[in-house]
Design a protein around this ligand. Sequence first.
Ligand code: SAH
Length: 347
Amino acid sequence: MGEALVDLVGLLPGETEALMETWGQPRYRGRQLFQWVQARRATSVEAMTSLSRRLRADLPSRARISRPAVATLRQATDGTRKYLLRLGDGEAIESVLIPDEDRLTACISTQVGCPLACRFCLTGLMGVRRNLTAAEIVGEVLLLQDQLAAGEELSNLVLMGMGEPLLNFPAVERALTILCDERGANFSPRRITLSTAGHVPGIQRLAASNLGVNLAVSLSATTDAVRDLIMPINKRWPIAELLKACRDYPLPNRRRLTFEYVMLDGVNDSPEDARRLVRLLHGLRCKVNLIPFNATPDLPDRPSPRPRIEAFQQILCDAHLTATIRESRGRDISAACGMLRVEKDKA
Ligand code: SAH
């Protein structure tokens, strides 16, 4: 009594094996348990028919299988589904399913809120409340998989929801290791992208890890003066230091870094900015993703007019940089970063 239940969702396969050993079970039971939780997405022991009857009877008093709860679901006309998820302590986070022609991407959160206070980001307005646990991050993905229609399958995972993943590195690393395990959800690291606002020590840690996921860096400015204003993290790790960490990042063959660039009217969208960006990224194996700003009355900036975004893109393309304009998804359901949670907080 009083002993906290182990949450199986946050355990690595080796840990479920060790757990079974401490319960006097054979180690292979731990692998079975991991498979039940991570690959077959069981949420109760009743389903786990390959386990012994005794183990099934014992489990509920010793372990639990947590899932965030769906507080709100909004479905956009373009198929985007946005979830406000309720965690065990009542906090709320956002996760999004984004279907494409040939992909189905899950965009997941890594923190409740975010401490970085980027000027164009709604999540930043609320500050950070806490880090997600590895079980909560894995839980987001398992829950989204539970939500899929027959025939649908998640193809990609992006850590671009609420929070700065590199400020919660241990939990993110653990969650991604669990999700990529072939006995579990079996995600390929090359279909996972971690996006950072530019936390340099975190980029170095990620480089030293063997996660092998793709890295996206939210650059969004070409001078320190402007980046200091719109992304305060730049005061700590300015552009030159950030790009040095990117140059030092060991990229596997045929892979590229992504630089995200939120287009803000009159702030960072001039032809001079585009030309400076070309010079800054010279020699980096990368592509640029231009993101039309998702405006809300709570944020000071306005979106760049479409022609200016296209002119910006043209300058990059003329300099042989791959540059795409991100298609805005789920506009009719407040799908941009932090919007749903902020609306609910106001209500
Ligand atoms: N903290 C990480 C991941 C979360 S933000 C990061 O900064 O990369 C994911 C992406 O959404 C970032 O590229 C960010 O610049 C972008 N973003 C945030 N608010 C936005 C808004 N209002 N409109 C468009 N893009 C936004």
